[in-house]
Design a protein around this ligand. Structure first.
Ligand code: PMP
Length: 359
C-alpha cells in the first residue's frame, strides 16, 4: 500500500487509524451484518453513533450547555445564506473581510437586502493579515469573522468582542480551544479537520435558535434541526460516522490542547524554514497573522517556473497538494490536525534541499 504525504487544502488527509477503522467496519458495522451507510437513520445502529458524536463534540470542544450542536448539509457555503436568514432579526449585520470566503458570506447577506457593514478589511494588501482594530456595533444582529483564511494562510489569534459573534471555522475547527464567551454561532464544513464533506457542524447558542422569520423555508431554519436532533430529514450518515471516528482519534491524541500544541510545533518548523531561507521562500501572511493550518508562500519573488518545478519535484517525493490556490498562486502547505510532525519535517527537508539546489 502506498500512502502519499497529503498537504491538500480540503478535502484533506484523514488519520490512517480512522481510515482503517472505517475500512474494517465498512461491510459489517458492529456485527449488524450491513454497512452504516445501508441502514435506516431511525434505528439504534445509526442513532447511537449520531448521539455519541454530539456528546463527543460537546466534551472535546468544551461547548457550554447553552449551545446546541446541529448537523446540516449544503457545505459551509450554505451557511453564508442560512446565517443571515436565521439571525438577521433587525437586518443589521457586520463583517470582517479577510478573504474570499468572508467575501462570499458578505455577498449572500447583500442578496438578502440587509444593511451590511464591513467593519474591517485586509483586502487592500491582498488579505495578508487579520485587521488589528475590529469594532462591531452594539446594535448589530451579529458580527461575522472567518477564523482561518484557507487561501491566504492567515488566522485570528484571539476573537474580537461582539454580543453575537459568528465564526466560520471551516479550516481550523477542532484545532485549538475556543473561548465560547462571545460566540453566538460557530460553524465548519467537516472536510478539513473533522472528516468528510457532506456534513457541516453548526454550534449555536440556544437563544439564537428561534429568531428566524416564519417565511424562512423549513430546511433552512436552525430551529427545525434543533427540534429534530438534526434528523429533520435523512442526515448524511456516513459523514457523521466519520466525524465520530475523527473525534475519537482527537481524544486518543490527548484532546484539543494536545492537538493545538502539536499544531504549533508543526507550523513553527515550517515558518522557520521560510524565515531562514534568505528570501528564497516568502510567506504571504504577515507574521502576527500566520495560520497554523495553511502556510502560503512564494518562491524567489513569485517565480512561476520555479514554483511549478517545486510542485512537480514534490510529487516525485510523494508529497501532493502543494500548489497554491488559483487566486493567490504560489505554494500552499495545509497542515491540518491529521498531518504529523514527521510529515512536516519531511516537507521541511525537501524545501531546504530545493532551496540549496535553486538559489
Ligand atoms: N469557508 C472556508 C474558510 C473555507 O475554507 C471553505 C472551503 N474551502 C468554505 C468556507 C466553503 O466550504 P464548502 O465547500 O463546504 O461550501
Amino acid at each position: 500500500m502506498k500512502r502519499v504525504l497529503n498537504f491538500s487544502a480540503g478535502p484533506s488527509k484523514l488519520p490512517l487509524e480512522v481510515l482503517k477503522i472505517a475500512q474494517e467496519q465498512l461491510l459489517d458495522f458492529n456485527g449488524n451484518g450491513l454497512s452504516i451507510m445501508e441502514g435506516s437513520h431511525r434505528v439504534s445502529m445509526f442513532e447511537d453513533v449520531h448521539n455519541e458524536t454530539i456528546e463527543l463534540i460537546k466534551k472535546i470542544y468544551k461547548v457550554p450547555d447553552n449551545f446546541k450542536i446541529l448537523f446540516v448539509q449544503g457545505g459551509a457555503s450554505m451557511q453564508f445564506a442560512m446565517i443571515p436568514l436565521n439571525l438577521a432579526k433587525n437586518k443589521k449585520v457586520e463583517f470582517v473581510d479577510t478573504g474570499i470566503w468572508s467575501s462570499k458570506a458578505i455577498k449572500e447577506a447583500n442578496i438578502q437586502g440587509l444593511d451590511v457593514k464591513i467593519v474591517a478589511s485586509s483586502k487592500q494588501s491582498n488579505y495578508d493579515h487579520i485587521p488589528n482594530e475590529i469594532h462591531f456595533s452594539d446594535d448589530c444582529d451579529y458580527g461575522y469573522i472567518t477564523s482561518n483564511n484557507t487561501i491566504y494562510g492567515t488566522q485570528y489569534k484571539s476573537f474580537p468582542k461582539c454580543k453575537n459573534l459568528v465564526i466560520d471555522a471551516s479550516s481550523d475547527v477542532l484545532s485549538y480551544e475556543i473561548d465560547w464567551k462571545n460566540v453566538g454561532l460557530l460553524y465548519a464544513g467537516a472536510q478539513k479537520n473533522a472528516g468528510l464533506a457532506g456534513v457541516t457542524l453548526v454550534i449555536i447558542r440556544e437563544d439564537l435558535l428561534s429568531i428566524a422569520d416564519e417565511k424562512v423555508p423549513s430546511m433552512l431554519k436552525y430551529i427545525n434541526y434543533a427540534n429534530s436532533n438534526s434528523m429533520f430529514n435523512t442526515p448524511p450518515v456516513f459523514s457523521i460516522y466519520m466525524l465520530n471516528l475523527v473525534l475519537k482519534w482527537i481524544e486518543k491524541q490527548g484532546g484539543i490542547l494536545q492537538i493545538q500544541k502539536i499544531n504549533e510545533q508543526k507550523a513553527k518548523l515550517l515558518y522557520n524554514i521560510i524565515d531562514e531561507s534568505d528570501g528564497f521562500f516568502v510567506g504571504h501572511s504577515k507574521k502576527d497573522s500566520r495560520s497554523l493550518m495553511n502556510v502560503s508562500f512564494t518562491i524567489k519573488g513569485g517565480d512561476e517556473i520555479l514554483e511549478k518545478k517545486f510542485v512537480s519535484e514534490a510529487i516525485k517525493h510523494d508529497m501532493i497538494g502543494l500548489k497554491g490556490h488559483r487566486l493567490l498562486g504560489g505554494i500552499r502547505a495545509s497542515i491540518y490536525n491529521a498531518i504529523s510532525l514527521n510529515e512536516v519535517q519531511s516537507l521541511c527537508e525537501f524545501m531546504q534541499k530545493f532551496n540549496k539546489e535553486h538559489s
